[in-house]
Design a protein around this ligand. Structure first.
Ligand SMILES: [Zn+2]
Ligand SMILES: [Zn+2]
Length: 313
């Protein structure tokens, strides 16, 4: 079945079957989406609204990308071209056009491991590809130490899709406390093996240049202003970036440095004590002593001046 990303990928590559037929549609006013349509006497039940677009402002015409029960994806266009003035109130007269069907795609992922990671994460994106490459590179370079029984731990300096790839590849997870995320928004990854040594891999400056087209499209998508073709184009640019990350040698992508480093955390104990402010049970290791009272970090942050809380306001 086509993923959402694959739908846009196919549309941008013009892998669609044109239809252009008038169809009858049952529309749900509350959900604001078509529920079923009828084509040549056959009824199709819509099970997912993938996306909707307002294609030609100021007309309120809408394009709906929908998945039907059988799994196929169609573009349904509500063509509202004729404003009719009904005593001062504008009413749009319209018709439903079944625009096209999106072709099925053959699986573009040949790398089984990467496919598993993309399934776990939900899609394949540039940050996931970076996380995959950086862990692959680290595991290769640290193979000897790891075969000798060294315990691997990772510090990741961003909270992007890369984190999912790292967890899948290295087995270091947030849950088993062998992964620490310090979200400084940097593609820097430190793979700690043994007691005080780490391999620090940082994205090389300039290796992933800004693409102004991509940035502009991203802004239009985030503002809800992108058309279907713009959204599809954006998917292709993302795919190109993924391909670049997968095809570029790791030594070109990352600057490697061995650094002295210590794993900064004690293991979490399992003892729970009560916060003296909210009364909720908290891991003992996470309580902070303030003015003689033991507080959870949540309560503590509520007592700090706003500028000192992580979220700033
Ligand atoms: Zn992602
Ligand atoms: Zn508390």
């Amino acid at each position: 079945m086509l993923t959402r990303e694959a739908v846009f990928r196919q549309i941008d590559a013009d892998r669609v079957i044109p239809i252009q037929e008038l169809v009858g549609v049952q529309y749900d006013n509350r959900l604001r989406m078509p529920m079923r349509f009828c084509r040549r006497g056959r009824e199709y039940e819509i099970v997912e609204l993938i996306s909707s677009f307002r294609e030609d402002l100021p007309s309120p015409s809408m394009l709906y990308l929908v998945r039907v029960r059988e799994g196929d994806v169609f573009a349904l266009y509500l063509d509202l071209t004729e404003p009719v003035d009904l005593g001062g109130q504008t009413v749009w007269r319209g018709q439903w056009v079944l625009h096209f069907q999106v072709e099925e795609e053959e699986d573009i992922l040949v790398d089984i491991r990467l496919k598993q990671i993309a399934d776990f994460h939900g899609h394949l994106c540039p940050d996931l590809a970076l996380g995959y490459r950086v862990s692959q590179y680290a595991l290769e370079r640290l193979a000897l130490a790891l075969m000798g029984g060294a315990l691997l731990r990772v510090i990741v300096e961003n909270a992007t899709s890369a984190v999912d790839a790292i967890q899948h590849m290295t087995g270091c997870t947030l849950g088993n406390q062998r992964l620490m995320v310090r979200d400084w928004g940097k593609h820097v990854y430190t793979f700690i093996y043994g007691e005080k040594e780490g391999l620090r891999l940082a994205l090389r400056p300039g290796v992933l240049p800004e693409n102004p087209d991509m940035t502009a499209l991203e802004q239009r998508i985030q503002a809800g202003q992108a058309t279907l073709l713009e959204t599809a184009r954006y998917q292709t640019l993302l795919d190109q970036r993924v391909t670049f990350v997968l095809d570029t040698p790791a030594e070109v992508l990352f600057v490697a440095r061995y650094v002295p480093v210590r794993w900064p955390w004690e293991q979490n104990g399992s003892a729970l004590l009560r916060c003296e402010e909210c009364g909720e049970p908290v891991l003992e290791t996470h309580l902070v002593l303030r003015n003689g009272r033991r507080l959870c970090l949540d309560c503590l942050s509520g007592m700090l001046p706003a500028c000192m809380t992580p979220w700033g306001d």
